[in-house]
Design a protein around this ligand. Structure first.
Ligand code: EPZ
Length: 431
């Protein structure tokens, strides 16, 4: 296993281009199951999770060709409609083939996604939504088995709210299943994330009739079949926010290019509260750094509020603020594994009942730390770039799930980060 060696205290400069969105690409690739026509997906990042999704699709009879940022697919056969545990356990988002498979083939089985470092991640909303469309759902041997009724799925009015509000992938699964159902489906309390909007726009480009996406009420008029697909996924919203915070914490006026500024309003507002301005271009953002920054009080909620996936990088920035900040995590109350690692670097953070209280310190110092999930890993890279001394970050395979060539791209901005063999890694220390 490799790790990152990061020497902190350097200012960054220049611009960094944002890669294609992982969380848009994963459900969008699954629409290849929903048409017999060829599909072409553009702006696809070279990420481990994308590789996993393509492997899942290959096991389901979809042949694929991946060259650079373009993935071309076509359904070769439909002999197998079971998404295997071996693949879905490595990536929860594999569950997003459930709706497309059910819509296209009328019967399928998808392994229950394992838990992960973010805590319990149920799929009750996915199943509730598909049952509302008439699917017969059972859980057998760790698999969700879903079967459409004889006459096919039928449109319905579905309330898809859970204890945490809306669900991104549940909205995706139900929306895909409804696209090929008979009649009209209305999803109430739908997720409004830009990645859901991108999926709906992609399906509409194939002949689906979806409206209201981006709002909590999505209406889908079922159609008989979908045409070919040629779609370019949106820029990665979470990567953009991660780079904004990287510029802020290293006091560097970097520019992020090829992004959607309109997706960053919550992060930009928190940075503004902290005294860090961000200049907006049409498809770029430039950090106007501050030497010292103020505290903030932030709560993670579904889009357009502050994103849970930006929580860990924000924690790193708060660690160096002047005063006490509070970060309340409403989506995954246990998502504070980064705090313990930041404490190893000198941060003063206490966590209880889904809330982190961060007492700003004048400096962080480099230390050996460990990534626990991709966003925590990115936060520790950022903290390492701001810290004095050297940080050795292990388990970087987490980071490679969601950030393409992060070390190489940060080096281009002037960061002192390199990838080395992690000879300290104890055998079997896999994450
Ligand atoms: C998506 O996961 C993202 N993943 C996550 O990003 C992101 O953190 C999450 O949305 C929230 O924004 C992808 O898009 C591939 P949810 P998803 O269903 O859809 C609860 C990253 O770092 N819930 O919106 O699985 C759930 O436990 C990843 O890129 C139910 O209770 O998340 C959570 O508390 C991490 N029942 C909340 O809803 C359900 O059936 C939101 O989860 C489904 C979810």
């Amino acid at each position: 296993m490799d790790c990152f060696l990061i020497r902190g205290g350097r200012r960054l400069s220049g611009s960094i281009a944002v890669a294609g969105s992982k969380n848009a690409a994963l459900p969008i690739l699954a629409v290849s199951l929903m048409t017999g026509e060829p599909c072409r997906f553009r702006n696809i990042s070279q990420l481990r999770d994308i590789q996993t999704q393509i492997k899942i699709l290959n096991t389901l009879g979809v042949e694929s060709h991946w060259a650079g940022k373009v993935v071309e697919t076509r359904v070769r056969d439909s002999y197998n409609s079971t998404a295997p545990y071996e693949l879905v356990k490595t990536m929860r988002a594999g569950v997003c083939v459930l709706g497309p498979l059910l819509a296209a083939r009328g019967e399928c089985a998808v392994s229950l996604p394992g838990g992960c470092n973010l805590g319990e991640r149920p799929i009750d909303l996915h199943l509730r939504g598909l049952e509302a469309l008439g699917a017969e759902i059972s859980i057998e041997g760790g698999y969700v088995k879903a079967k459409a009724p004889k006459g096919g799925l039928r449109g319905a009015e579905i309330y898809l709210g859970g204890k945490f509000g809306s669900s991104v992938l549940a909205t995706d699964n139900v929306m895909c299943a409804a696209v090929l159902a008979k009649g009209v489906t209305v999803i109430e309390c739908a997720a409004c994330e830009p990645e859901v909007v991108d999926l709906a726009d992609c399906l509409n480009s194939m002949g689906a009739q979806i409206s209201g996406h981006g709002s909590p009420r999505i209406t889908i008029k079922g159609v008989k079949r979908l045409k070919a697909c040629d779609w370019s996924v949106i820029p990665d919203r979470i990567e953009t926010a991660t780079f904004l915070i990287a510029g802020a914490i290293t006091r560097s006026p970097i520019t992020i290019t090829g992004c959607r500024p309109e997706h960053q309003l919550a992060t930009i507002d928190v940075l503004r509260q902290m005294g860090i301005r961000v200049e907006r271009g049409r498809t770029s953002l430039t950090v106007v750094p501050a030497e010292r920054w103020k505290t903030a009080e932030v709560t993670t909620l579904p889009y357009p509020a502050f994103a849970t996936d930006v929580q860990s990088p924000m924690l790193a920035l708060m660690a160096l603020a002047e005063g006490t900040s509070i970060l309340t995590e409403r989506i995954y109350p246990d998502r504070f594994m980064t705090a313990a690692e930041l404490r190893r670097m000198g941060a003063t953070i206490s966590v209880a009942n889904g809330q982190a209280v961060v007492q700003g310190v004048p400096r962080l110092t480099g230390a050996p730390v460990m990534a626990s999930d991709l966003r925590a890993g990115a936060a520790l890279v950022i903290a390492g770039m701001a810290a004095e001394g050297e940080t050795r970050l292990s388990r970087i395979y987490h980071i490679e799930r969601g950030y393409e060539r992060l070390d190489e791209r940060l080096r281009k901005l002037g960061a002192a980060i390199e990838r080395v063999a992690d000879e300290d890694a104890a055998p079997g220390a896999a994450g």
